[in-house]
Design a binder for this molecule. Structure first.
Ligand code: CUA
Length: 352
């Protein structure tokens, strides 16, 4: 039965490793690498301890079992100084071996980069159920896709707009809570955090704290691009807003959407900033946009699916039904097409 349990448990562990993009076993940066090394060290020590203890237990079971015809009580041993020293000193050494790198990692993790001029400062604000990323030094705000340059320390200050969420990019770092401070920002509930990504790539991030009915859909992406592309992206984010060409539609978009959303230099930043939303990896976190090597529907189809029934895609989110905002089905389709086509040309390859 024990064997069965162990097998079931290991299968459970293995099943969690199935998604490589959401696995801590596939580190893509120094912070995640350090944490994986620590886990490996701890697990190795635990396995060795387990094997030694099991081996001794098995040996004792066989060696001191009641022999056939044995009736008398065997010799009773009361204490053994040598043995007691051994089984006190060995765990002590193991704890020290574990403690030194753990404390080292913790202090590296706790290092404050918010005043570091070489680090890129990013303010993360979690909302039910989306992520806001702003770059205070660059004057840029975006949502859902966090764009970062490679090989640079990204220094995060994290906050929440409502309940507690948790910021987690398994391949780049561990988790950190985003707390809600309300109107009082002096409570010291703001968290600090940092990581860097040496390679270009798209890394999957997730909210790791149960925060409501759509917690499971509160995903985001970290897109690490070359420093040159990053500069291009910042410049294109600051360019004047691109509105629907059709004047009537632009007016509808302004009155229905820009009262909560912002594009470029226009609108209100209550909901997600929509500048360049056509470039994003997904619509509403979970509707993956088709990309090379990634399954998904076209941005346009995803945008339509979302706008025609936001509550179905992400239950409990704060996006009103566009029909209730006075838009017709045709106008919703047209706005979806406009948003899907709102792309920023910052990738150096595609610009060539
Ligand atoms: Cu936000 Cu779970």
């Amino acid at each position: 039965r024990i064997l069965l349990l162990l097998t079931a448990f290991s299968l459970l562990l293995l099943s969690a490793c199935g998604r490589e993009d959401l696995s801590v076993m596939n580190p893509q940066g120094p912070v995640a690498q350090g944490q994986l090394d620590l886990m490996k060290l701890a697990i190795t020590i635990m396995i060795v301890v387990l094997l030694v203890v099991f081996a001794i237990a098995a040996y004792v079971l066989v060696k001191f079992r009641r022999k056939k015809g044995q009736t008398e009580v065997p010799e009773q041993v009361e204490g053994n100084f040598k043995l007691e020293v051994i089984w006190t000193v060995i765990p002590l050494i193991l704890v020290i071996v574990l403690a030194i790198p753990t404390v080292g990692q913790l202090s590296a993790l706790g290092k404050d980069y918010t005043k570091d001029e070489n680090a890129l400062q990013v303010k993360v604000t979690a909302h039910q159920y989306w992520w806001e990323f702003s770059y205070p030094d660059l004057g840029v705000t975006t949502a859902q896709d966090l764009i970062i340059p490679t090989n640079k320390t990204i220094s995060f200050v994290l906050d929440s707009n409502d309940v507690i969420h948790s910021f987690w990019v398994p391949s780049l770092s561990g988790k950190i809570d985003t707390n809600f401070a309300g109107d009082d920002d002096t409570k010291g509930t703001t968290n600090k955090f940092h990581f860097s990504a040496p390679n270009e790539g798209v890394y999957r991030g997730k909210c790791a704290e149960l925060c409501g009915p759509s917690h499971a859909f509160m995903e985001f992406k970290v897109k690490s691009v070359s420093p040159e592309e990053f500069d291009n992206w910042v410049a294109s984010m600051k360019a004047p807003a691109v509105l629907p060409e059709d004047e009537m539609l632009a007016e509808k978009f302004r009155s229905a959407c820009l009262t909560c959303h912002a594009v470029g230099d226009q609108g209100t930043a209550v909901g997600p900033n929509l500048t360049g939303i056509g470039n994003r990896e997904s619509v509403a976190s979970m509707l993956l946009n088709e990309r090379e090597g990634q399954e998904g529907a076209s941005v346009e189809d995803n945008m339509k699916q979302w706008l025609h029934d936001p509550q179905k895609v992400k239950p409990g989110n704060k996006m009103p039904d566009p029909i209730d905002l006075g838009l017709t089905t045709e106008e919703i389709d047209a706005i979806a097409e406009y948003l899907a086509s709102y792309k920023l040309d910052y990738e150096t390859n595609s610009a060539d």
